[in-house]
Design a protein around this ligand. Sequence first.
Ligand SMILES: [Mg+2]
Length: 225
Amino acid sequence: MTRLVLFDIDNTLLNTGGAGGLGMNLAFEEMFGISDGFANVEFSGRTDLYILSQGLRQHGISGGHAAYMQGFLRSYHHHLSRTLMERKGHLEPGFPQLLEALRRRDGVRIGLATGNFSEAAWMKLEHYGIRDYFFDGAFGEESLDRAKMLRAGLRRFAGDVAPRDVVIVGDTPHDVSSALANGFVAVGVATGSYTIDQLRDSGAELVFQNFTDWQSAAAKLAGEV
Ligand SMILES: [Mg+2]
Protein backbone atom coordinates (compact mmCIF):
# COMPACT_ATOMS: atom_id res chain seq x y z
CA MET A 1 0.00 0.00 0.00
CA THR A 2 1.23 3.44 -0.84
CA ARG A 3 0.80 6.47 1.36
CA LEU A 4 1.31 9.81 -0.33
CA VAL A 5 2.62 12.63 1.84
CA LEU A 6 2.26 15.89 -0.08
CA PHE A 7 3.80 19.13 1.13
CA ASP A 8 2.92 22.75 0.50
CA ILE A 9 6.07 24.80 -0.22
CA ASP A 10 5.96 28.38 1.10
CA ASN A 11 6.06 28.58 4.89
CA THR A 12 5.77 24.79 5.12
CA LEU A 13 9.00 23.46 3.59
CA LEU A 14 10.81 26.76 3.23
CA ASN A 15 10.64 30.52 3.30
CA THR A 16 12.19 32.32 0.32
CA GLY A 17 12.44 35.65 2.17
CA GLY A 18 9.92 37.11 -0.24
CA ALA A 19 11.72 36.01 -3.43
CA GLY A 20 8.56 34.45 -4.89
CA GLY A 21 6.27 37.45 -4.41
CA LEU A 22 8.99 39.83 -5.58
CA GLY A 23 9.57 37.72 -8.70
CA MET A 24 5.86 37.80 -9.53
CA ASN A 25 5.65 41.55 -8.97
CA LEU A 26 8.67 42.17 -11.22
CA ALA A 27 7.15 40.01 -13.97
CA PHE A 28 3.86 41.90 -13.70
CA GLU A 29 5.71 45.21 -13.90
CA GLU A 30 7.68 44.06 -16.92
CA MET A 31 4.51 43.05 -18.76
CA PHE A 32 2.12 45.82 -17.77
CA GLY A 33 4.27 48.66 -16.44
CA ILE A 34 2.55 48.46 -13.05
CA SER A 35 4.83 48.18 -10.04
CA ASP A 36 3.82 46.15 -7.00
CA GLY A 37 0.85 44.86 -9.01
CA PHE A 38 -0.03 42.13 -6.52
CA ALA A 39 0.09 44.42 -3.46
CA ASN A 40 -3.61 43.96 -2.75
CA VAL A 41 -3.81 40.26 -3.54
CA GLU A 42 -3.78 37.71 -0.73
CA PHE A 43 -1.02 35.19 -1.53
CA SER A 44 -1.25 32.96 1.53
CA GLY A 45 -2.60 29.52 0.62
CA ARG A 46 -3.74 30.64 -2.84
CA THR A 47 -2.80 29.14 -6.19
CA ASP A 48 -0.52 31.21 -8.41
CA LEU A 49 -3.18 31.08 -11.10
CA TYR A 50 -5.64 32.70 -8.66
CA ILE A 51 -3.04 35.32 -7.70
CA LEU A 52 -2.31 36.17 -11.33
CA SER A 53 -5.97 36.45 -12.28
CA GLN A 54 -6.72 38.63 -9.24
CA GLY A 55 -3.82 40.91 -10.17
CA LEU A 56 -5.11 41.25 -13.72
CA ARG A 57 -8.64 41.93 -12.53
CA GLN A 58 -7.66 44.51 -9.94
CA HIS A 59 -5.83 46.50 -12.61
CA GLY A 60 -8.61 46.19 -15.17
CA ILE A 61 -6.52 44.12 -17.57
CA SER A 62 -8.95 42.18 -19.72
CA GLY A 63 -8.49 38.96 -21.62
CA GLY A 64 -8.11 36.60 -18.67
CA HIS A 65 -5.05 34.82 -17.37
CA ALA A 66 -4.79 32.39 -20.29
CA ALA A 67 -3.89 35.24 -22.65
CA TYR A 68 -0.90 36.25 -20.51
CA MET A 69 0.28 32.98 -19.00
CA GLN A 70 3.13 32.18 -21.34
CA GLY A 71 4.69 35.62 -21.22
CA PHE A 72 4.15 35.94 -17.50
CA LEU A 73 5.76 32.59 -16.74
CA ARG A 74 8.78 33.37 -18.88
CA SER A 75 9.32 36.67 -17.11
CA TYR A 76 8.56 35.28 -13.65
CA HIS A 77 11.07 32.42 -14.00
CA HIS A 78 13.69 34.86 -15.21
CA HIS A 79 13.19 37.18 -12.22
CA LEU A 80 12.80 34.35 -9.71
CA SER A 81 16.18 32.88 -10.60
CA ARG A 82 17.67 36.19 -9.46
CA THR A 83 15.44 37.01 -6.49
CA LEU A 84 16.12 33.55 -5.02
CA MET A 85 19.82 34.46 -4.92
CA GLU A 86 19.24 38.00 -3.62
CA ARG A 87 16.75 37.29 -0.86
CA LYS A 88 17.87 35.44 2.22
CA GLY A 89 15.50 32.60 2.98
CA HIS A 90 15.66 29.33 4.85
CA LEU A 91 14.34 25.81 5.13
CA GLU A 92 11.74 25.52 7.89
CA PRO A 93 12.80 23.68 11.10
CA GLY A 94 13.15 19.89 10.73
CA PHE A 95 13.90 19.96 7.01
CA PRO A 96 15.47 18.16 5.26
CA GLN A 97 15.59 15.57 8.08
CA LEU A 98 11.82 14.93 7.97
CA LEU A 99 12.00 14.30 4.21
CA GLU A 100 14.96 11.97 4.68
CA ALA A 101 13.09 10.02 7.39
CA LEU A 102 10.01 9.68 5.18
CA ARG A 103 12.07 8.66 2.16
CA ARG A 104 13.55 5.74 4.12
CA ARG A 105 10.10 4.29 4.77
CA ASP A 106 8.69 1.65 2.45
CA GLY A 107 5.30 2.55 1.07
CA VAL A 108 5.66 6.31 1.52
CA ARG A 109 5.99 8.58 -1.50
CA ILE A 110 6.78 12.26 -1.01
CA GLY A 111 5.19 14.84 -3.31
CA LEU A 112 4.00 18.43 -3.50
CA ALA A 113 0.64 20.06 -2.93
CA THR A 114 1.59 23.62 -3.76
CA GLY A 115 -0.14 26.64 -5.20
CA ASN A 116 3.14 27.52 -6.94
CA PHE A 117 3.40 27.28 -10.71
CA SER A 118 5.32 24.05 -11.31
CA GLU A 119 8.55 25.43 -12.76
CA ALA A 120 8.79 28.03 -9.98
CA ALA A 121 8.11 25.30 -7.42
CA TRP A 122 10.99 23.18 -8.69
CA MET A 123 13.26 26.24 -8.84
CA LYS A 124 12.59 26.99 -5.17
CA LEU A 125 13.22 23.38 -4.12
CA GLU A 126 16.38 23.24 -6.22
CA HIS A 127 17.67 26.46 -4.69
CA TYR A 128 17.19 25.10 -1.18
CA GLY A 129 18.63 21.66 -2.05
CA ILE A 130 15.54 19.49 -1.54
CA ARG A 131 14.27 18.93 -5.08
CA ASP A 132 15.26 15.26 -5.28
CA TYR A 133 12.97 14.21 -2.44
CA PHE A 134 9.82 14.85 -4.49
CA PHE A 135 8.47 12.64 -7.25
CA ASP A 136 5.66 14.88 -8.53
CA GLY A 137 2.92 17.14 -7.26
CA ALA A 138 -0.21 19.20 -7.67
CA PHE A 139 0.69 22.70 -8.90
CA GLY A 140 -0.77 26.17 -9.17
CA GLU A 141 -1.47 26.16 -12.90
CA GLU A 142 -3.95 23.30 -12.46
CA SER A 143 -6.75 25.50 -11.09
CA LEU A 144 -7.74 28.81 -9.53
CA ASP A 145 -9.16 26.78 -6.67
CA ARG A 146 -6.84 24.84 -4.39
CA ALA A 147 -9.19 21.89 -3.81
CA LYS A 148 -9.70 21.42 -7.56
CA MET A 149 -5.97 21.83 -8.09
CA LEU A 150 -5.34 18.93 -5.70
CA ARG A 151 -7.92 16.78 -7.45
CA ALA A 152 -6.43 17.47 -10.89
CA GLY A 153 -2.88 16.84 -9.69
CA LEU A 154 -3.72 13.59 -7.97
CA ARG A 155 -5.64 12.37 -11.01
CA ARG A 156 -2.53 12.95 -13.06
CA PHE A 157 0.06 11.22 -10.87
CA ALA A 158 -1.55 9.18 -8.12
CA GLY A 159 -3.66 6.60 -9.90
CA ASP A 160 -6.42 5.26 -7.68
CA VAL A 161 -4.90 5.73 -4.25
CA ALA A 162 -7.51 5.80 -1.47
CA PRO A 163 -8.22 9.34 -0.20
CA ARG A 164 -7.32 8.36 3.37
CA ASP A 165 -3.85 7.39 2.15
CA VAL A 166 -3.20 10.94 0.96
CA VAL A 167 -1.75 13.32 3.55
CA ILE A 168 -1.67 17.06 2.82
CA VAL A 169 0.77 19.12 4.90
CA GLY A 170 0.40 22.91 4.84
CA ASP A 171 0.53 26.12 6.85
CA THR A 172 -2.83 27.76 6.05
CA PRO A 173 -6.55 27.01 6.46
CA HIS A 174 -6.69 26.90 2.61
CA ASP A 175 -4.33 23.91 2.64
CA VAL A 176 -6.52 22.24 5.26
CA SER A 177 -9.86 22.90 3.55
CA SER A 178 -8.54 21.78 0.14
CA ALA A 179 -7.50 18.47 1.72
CA LEU A 180 -10.82 17.99 3.50
CA ALA A 181 -12.80 18.79 0.33
CA ASN A 182 -11.16 15.75 -1.25
CA GLY A 183 -11.39 13.45 1.78
CA PHE A 184 -7.62 13.58 2.33
CA VAL A 185 -5.87 13.72 5.69
CA ALA A 186 -5.20 17.38 6.59
CA VAL A 187 -2.08 18.24 8.58
CA GLY A 188 -1.31 21.79 9.71
CA VAL A 189 2.06 23.24 10.64
CA ALA A 190 2.24 26.65 12.31
CA THR A 191 5.42 27.92 10.62
CA GLY A 192 3.50 30.45 8.54
CA SER A 193 1.11 33.15 9.74
CA TYR A 194 -1.50 30.85 11.33
CA THR A 195 -1.41 29.37 14.82
CA ILE A 196 -1.90 25.75 15.83
CA ASP A 197 -5.36 26.67 17.15
CA GLN A 198 -6.40 28.35 13.90
CA LEU A 199 -5.23 25.34 11.90
CA ARG A 200 -7.02 22.93 14.21
CA ASP A 201 -10.19 25.06 14.07
CA SER A 202 -10.07 24.95 10.28
CA GLY A 203 -10.28 21.15 10.49
CA ALA A 204 -6.70 19.85 10.55
CA GLU A 205 -6.58 16.38 12.10
CA LEU A 206 -2.96 16.71 13.10
CA VAL A 207 -1.18 19.94 13.97
CA PHE A 208 2.47 20.76 14.63
CA GLN A 209 4.15 23.92 15.88
CA ASN A 210 7.01 22.98 13.57
CA PHE A 211 8.89 19.81 12.61
CA THR A 212 11.87 20.18 14.94
CA ASP A 213 10.95 16.76 16.36
CA TRP A 214 11.11 15.24 12.90
CA GLN A 215 11.41 11.61 14.09
CA SER A 216 8.06 11.72 15.81
CA ALA A 217 6.50 13.76 12.98
CA ALA A 218 7.70 11.24 10.36
CA ALA A 219 6.05 8.37 12.26
CA LYS A 220 2.77 10.31 12.49
CA LEU A 221 2.78 11.40 8.85
CA ALA A 222 3.54 7.84 7.77
CA GLY A 223 0.49 6.68 9.74
CA GLU A 224 2.49 4.50 12.13
CA VAL A 225 1.14 6.04 15.33
MG1 LIG B 1 2.08 27.87 2.34
